[in-house]
Write a protein that binds this ligand. Structure first.
Ligand SMILES: NC(=O)c1ccc[n+]([C@@H]2O[C@H](COP(=O)([O-])OP(=O)(O)OC[C@H]3O[C@@H](n4cnc5c(N)ncnc54)[C@H](O)[C@@H]3O)[C@@H](O)[C@H]2O)c1
Length: 253
């Protein structure tokens, strides 16, 4: 008996990187997965590699129509929805905070925060029916000042959203949690390979994370092993948030 036997997950932005690793992990633990991504080809490839228990479709998380179609597809194909993984929402605005436009703010909030809320709203009736749960992929950027102002603020907003949903729907048996990754080696970093070498020096555990590190945490929070955990943020970050303590150790003679 595996943790996800008979369970169904919907993962957003699962065509590569963290979302792909999450989809693969849930399937490896016996679950069925609706693999969604803005790039429908990528979603289909990930699903094809998983096999029978996966379906890949194109979904833009900034479109409510796409989200509703994805939720409907999961339920139609697999009969139920147990786990929503809000993984979409990477950094799309890197402007100088003093130059940021209202449009920049809207674009970042749309893809990171508003989309996650819309996915939850769409999935909720189905999650309630099976006492399912939601795991949202945030970032250490939402927990401390690492830069990328609009992205970080949007990720911080996910925490308040998660706590509020958790408080509101706990009595329905629906749980809401966050995994907050540190730097993870995904295709997002492909154009900046030296950056990962530099960044790993900030991590007490001496390396950046792999997508599988995040998938393991999501699989835990999404499973019955976490049945009394809701409204929480689990940082999975190689110790980077120890911050000053780590730096003191590094500089000690
Ligand atoms: N990689 C990291 O270092 C890191 C660190 C902390 C948090 N995160 C978070 O993890 C999540 C995944 O990051 P990643 O590095 O695996 O991503 P990635 O850049 O490797 O992949 C992003 C995927 O999102 C898809 N996508 C883009 N816009 C979309 C949209 N509107 N609708 C649906 N899909 C869309 C892309 O097609 C792509 O397949 C993001 O929320 C990101 O903020 C990543």
């Amino acid at each position: 008996m595996q943790r996800y036997d008979g369970r169904v997950a919907l993962v957003t932005a699962a065509g590569q990187g963290i979302g792909k690793a999450v989809a693969e992990r849930i399937a490896a633990e016996g679950g069925s997965v609706l693999v969604t991504d803005l790039d429908g080809e990528r979603a289909a490839q990930v699903a094809a590699k998983i096999g029978e228990r996966a379906l890949g479709i194109q979904v833009d998380v900034t479109s409510r129509a796409d989200i509703d179609a994805a939720v409907a597809a999961a339920v139609e194909r697999f009969g139920r929805l147990d786990l929503l993984v809000n993984n979409a929402g990477g950094c799309i605005v890197t402007s100088d905070p003093e130059q940021t436009t209202v449009d920049d703010w809207h674009r970042q909030l749309d893809v990171t925060l508003i989309s996650a809320a819309q996915c939850i709203q769409s999935a909720l009736p189905h999650l309630r029916a099976v006492r399912g749960n939601v795991v949202t992929i945030s970032s250490v950027n939402g927990l401390a000042a690492f830069g990328n102002l609009e992205y970080s603020a949007a990720k911080a907003g996910q925490q308040s959203m998660t706590q509020n949903f958790a408080a509101r729907h706990g009595r329905d048996g629906v749980r809401f949690n966050i995994v907050a990754p540190g730097t993870i080696r995904t295709p997002n970093w492909d154009s900046m390979p030296q950056a990962l070498d530099r960044l790993k020096e900030m991590y007490p555990l001496g390396r950046v994370g792999e997508p599988e590190d995040i998938a393991a945490a999501v699989a835990f929070l999404g499973s019955d092993d976490a049945s009394w955990i809701t409204g929480q943020t689990l940082p999975v970050e190689g110790g980077v948030l120890t911050g000053p303590a780590f730096l003191i150790h590094q500089t000690r003679p």
